[in-house]
Design a protein around this ligand. Structure first.
Ligand code: PBG
Length: 323
């Protein structure tokens, strides 16, 4: 039926009609809040490259998690910044390390809030790479043993889910085996399955002091050019036993999210990363963009593309806006 029988503008005539015909909706439980905690900190410290985001002390971490939970957020993703870094990332699996303490505290204070931990070495290595080095490159198989220890220490502390973000080959199987053998067969693994190498992680690396001391992460993180390779990454992680998979970053990988949505049945999460957040913050501050609307449109686009859940530094603001 050609014009004028079909008038698309009928759907948009009033605010109420627009609401009635909405296809995608955001709700507070769509959002996961990433939280940073620094060992030994007495009070929270702002992160210069991420306005509105803080490095938390243990007590401010608990308060922030509780505030997020009250807004309807169901999960937080924890990152730790240790006092001591070394070549082997020993602090990453210290049973009394910064993250292990944080997990115990949150599970005690906010038991109903899911605590997810980022399993990676880069915040704990003196060289800033995501594993153990051999020469100038990360040794994949040696790093697997390290990741097993890290994941186990998080599960032992009480983490509800572990999320490996290192992009080593075979890590999901290695972590699954370690968890199963050591009494954690029910701890799910959220895999950062398709993680691209990007400048959009820049502000995060300032936040946790994890910029590589030399070189880059291009021998383990994916190139922006490849989408079939991203599907294979996801496929392999599923075969190795991932319970949920993630695409990261989000806005420059919306096509990857959509393809993965059609191809795989697993829960699919997207990480709206530090740079995607910070660029809107910066433009908002300059008066060049409306920050709240830019936030709403970004998050909506990620869900519309097919993500089930969105990890975002805007989780609290978004939960308020979409309550
Ligand atoms: C650790 C890790 C990174 C992010 C999450 N986990 C940084 C990186 O790979 O360099 C980035 C998160 C963000 O930018 O918000 N490997």
């Amino acid at each position: 039926m050609p014009f004028p029988t079909q008038r698309m503008r009928r759907y948009r005539k009033t605010k109420t009609l627009r609401r009635l015909f909405e296809e995608t909706r955001l709700v507070p439980s769509d959002f996961i809040l990433p939280l940073f905690t620094e060992e030994g900190l007495q009070s929270p410290k702002p992160i210069a490259s991420m306005p509105g985001v803080l490095r938390h002390s243990l007590s401010s971490l608990a308060r922030e998690a509780a505030a997020a939970h009250r807004l309807g957020i169901q999960g937080v993703l924890l990152f730790g910044i240790p006092k001591k870094k070394d070549a082997m990332a020993k602090e990453a699996h210290n049973p009394n390390g910064v993250i292990q303490k944080a997990v115990k505290l949150l599970k005690r204070e906010e038991p109903e809030l899911a605590v997810i931990t980022d399993v990676c070495a880069c915040e704990y290595t003196s060289h800033g790479h995501c594993g153990i080095l051999h020469g100038e490159d990360v040794d994949n198989d040696k790093t697997l043993e390290l990741l097993q220890k890290i994941a186990l220490s998080h599960a032992t502390a009480g983490a509800d889910m572990v999320a490996p973000s290192d992009m080593m080959d075979g890590r999901i199987r290695a972590i699954r085996q370690a968890l199963d053998q050591k009494g954690f067969p029910m701890t799910p693994i959220l895999s950062y399955a398709a993680k691209f190498s990007t400048c959009f992680y820049g502000p995060f690396r300032d936040a946790v002091d994890s910029a590589p001391a030399f070189g880059d992460r291009k021998t383990y993180q994916m190139p922006a050019s490849n989408s079939r390779e991203a599907m294979r990454e996801i496929q392999l992680d599923i075969e190795e036993g991932a319970d949920a998979v993630m695409v990261k970053p989000a806005l420059t990988a919306l096509d990857i999210i959509t393809k993965a949505r059609w191809r795989f049945q697993l829960p699919l999460w997207a990480y709206h990363v530090s740079g995607e957040y910070t660029m809107v913050k910066a433009a908002g501050k300059m008066g060049w963009l409306n920050e709240e609307t830019a936030m709403a449109e970004s998050l909506l686009a990620i869900k519309r593309a097919g993500a089930d859940r969105i990890i975002t530094y805007w989780a609290k603001e978004a939960a308020r806006l979409f309550k």
